[in-house]
Design a protein. Structure first.
Length: 152
């Protein structure tokens, strides 16, 4: 998938946590964003992103910066997932929104770019505590993506 996205850099990497940063640019100014992958199970990483508190080092994923660039931000997250999974080819990436509306936004973006995504990734959706193949326009509480090795 080749969408316009912000430039990003890896800012830290350990066995359990990898972080990338980029800058959101819009009418509200320049806002630093962090994307974090945390190992939660064997080869399964939780994906979180948002603004990092410099004092606590925690990522706030509830802030809405209203910088009118959410598509560019999500394209940047997708580009980082692509890079991360090239470095961790047999990993799964778990993602959910901090609110139901954000989870819905992720589903909408997955649907919008479905034909591009499925050339590289298999996506599952969590519904009623069961993982199933992602179906467009169906509500899910979380998503799990893994890189396709047979299609590369």
């Amino acid at each position: 998938m080749h969408l316009d996205h912000y430039l990003f850099t890896m800012t830290s990497k350990t066995k359990k946590v990898t972080e990338y940063e980029f800058t959101s640019i819009g009418p509200k100014g320049v806002i630093r964003k962090t994307i974090r992958f945390v190992l939660i199970d064997h080869n399964c990483y939780n994906l979180s992103f948002g603004e990092k508190d410099k004092d606590t080092n925690k990522i706030s994923d509830t802030v809405n910066s209203r910088n009118n660039d959410h598509e560019m931000i999500l394209a940047t997250v997708a580009a980082v997932v692509d890079v991360f999974t090239l470095d961790h080819p047999y990993s799964s990436i778990y993602a959910t929104g901090s609110t139901p509306s954000r989870t819905r936004l992720y589903r909408i973006c997955i649907t919008k770019y479905w034909s591009d995504i499925t050339t590289q990734f298999t996506i599952l959706g969590l519904q009623n505590d069961k993982w199933q193949g992602f179906t467009q326009n169906r509500s899910y509480s979380a998503f799990l993506g893994t890189r396709n090795h047979s299609k590369q």
